[in-house]
Design a protein around this ligand. Structure first.
Ligand SMILES: Cc1cc2nc3c(=O)[nH]c(=O)nc-3n(C[C@H](O)[C@H](O)[C@H](O)COP(=O)(O)OP(=O)(O)OC[C@H]3O[C@@H](n4cnc5c(N)ncnc54)[C@H](O)[C@@H]3O)c2cc1C
Length: 372
């Protein structure tokens, strides 16, 4: 039996721990539970109308969204964790017409977009009773994933498969051609290692003499418990940074901020509250919920200079795999990336070929330090 360590128990690490073949591998997962993005996230799965022009990113996000059908089946995800509730886009009418055209065009390659419908102001309110009478575009394939519940659900399954969890910070060192991992209670050597530690990947790789083009970005969102019957409301993409993400039992998330200068800081701020609540006010007819009991969620996203994820084996190293840089769309692409990595580990004889999803990692995001 080969021993494999995973450092990082966010959406990538936890999904991977459930797809790795445990008849081939003994799996140990280290997670420090610091600054985690997955637990803090908003949970929107709806990449098709993004303004981003990066074609490789779009291919990955499109395939990542399509992968959810299999993910739900493989892990029996209940509606509290994942629900295809649809998405609404609120924009000026001419912009909605443009988005509708784009959605119908993209649907040819991404049938999971589902139904595409321009809604009248009255219909918008029927779909999402909190909103003002404004025109909108509805896409039935959009979904929401509760990151925290997803991790809890998958952790239970991973434990049942024999995965060992160590809730401690791990450090890394080379042991000959292989890897030594140390935490407060563990000191192990492995031939196979996966690093999916969010922006902390930079420090881990630095300890084995790599420079990595990854930086932290703070994200804050607000969570309101309301008495509305939110059960089947869609996610609403408002114009600007504030989106409304209704979950079951009256919970509504409002977010999220993208703060590039805040580093690893996790403090909730009044400025974020104001930015998000002001952003939503012109779209909602009933804003009393904003004055109710609010909880903040704060997490740290990992960004690269070209805002695109990178994942796979590091060239010229034995048994070292990384996955990082998921940015704002990590819930959308994370499970699929983990699945691809698990296929690679479970079938090492097959060629690793994912160039349609990313640029070559070497000399782009990960470089050997000059002194090597
Ligand atoms: C506010 C907010 C809203 C978001 N909304 C959305 C959204 O609507 N849709 C979407 O698709 N994406 C969204 N995202 C992005 C998404 O959440 C992330 O891209 C994704 O969760 C990243 O997953 P990950 O597994 O790479 O990293 P993380 O979830 O950050 O997990 C990394 C883990 O590694 C651990 N770790 C780090 N270093 C060590 C170490 N040395 N030893 C042990 N453990 C270590 C950390 O403690 C952490 O638990 C949002 C993010 C934020 C912050």
């Amino acid at each position: 039996m080969k021993k494999i360590a995973i450092i990082g128990g966010g959406i990538i690490g936890m999904t991977l721990a459930n797809y790795i073949d445990t008849t081939q591998y003994e799996v140990i997962l280290f997670d420090s539970q610091k600054n985690q993005a997955t637990q803090a996230s908003a949970g929107i799965i709806s990449p098709w109308l993004s303004k981003r022009r990066n074609k490789k990113w779009y291919q990955l996000a499109k395939d990542g969204a399509a992968f959810f059908e299999q993910l739900v089946r493989d892990f029996d995800l209940p509606a509290e964790v994942y629900e295809q509730c649809g998405t609404l886009f609120l924009r000026e009418l001419d912009e909605l017409e443009r988005l509708k055209k784009l959605a119908l065009e993209r649907k040819k390659e991404a049938p999971e977009i589902g139904e595409v419908q321009l809604l009248s102001p009255e219909e918008t309110v029927d779909f999402f009773p909190l909103l003002k009478e404004l025109p909108s575009l509805y896409i039935s394939g959009g979904a929401r994933l509760d990151g925290k519940s997803y991790l809890e659900h998958l952790k239970r399954r991973a434990i049942a498969r024999g995965v060992k969890f160590v809730t401690e910070e791990a450090s890394l060192r080379r042991v000959g051609e292989y890897w030594g991992i140390e935490s407060v209670s563990e000191n192990i050597e492995v031939k196979e290692l996966v690093l999916c530690a969010g922006p902390a990947l930079k420090n881990l790789l630095s300890s084995i003499d790599y420079e990595t083009d990854v930086r932290p970005q703070k994200g804050q969102l607000l969570s309101f418990e309301t008495t509305f019957d939110t059960g089947n409301w869609p996610v609403a993409f408002l114009d600007g940074e504030a989106d409304l993400i209704p979950f079951q039992k009256g919970k509504i998330l409002l977010g999220a901020t993208h703060e590039n200068e805040a580093g690893w800081d996790l403090k909730p701020t009044q400025a974020a509250f104001e930015q998000l609540t002001q952003g939503v006010e012109r779209f909602v007819r009933e804003s009393s919920f904003i004055k109710g009991n609010v909880q903040y969620r704060v997490g740290t996203r990992a960004y690269t200079s070209d805002f695109a994820p990178f994942f796979g084996p590091i060239m010229n190293e034995k048994g070292l795999i990384v996955a990082c840089g998921l940015g704002s769309s990590g819930l959308t692409v994370g499970p699929y990336i983990a699945y691809l990595l698990a296929q690679h580990l479970n079938h090492p004889e097959e060629v690793w070929e994912v160039s349609k999803y990313q640029k070559e990692m070497a000399n782009y995001v990960i470089k050997k330090k000059d002194n090597q």
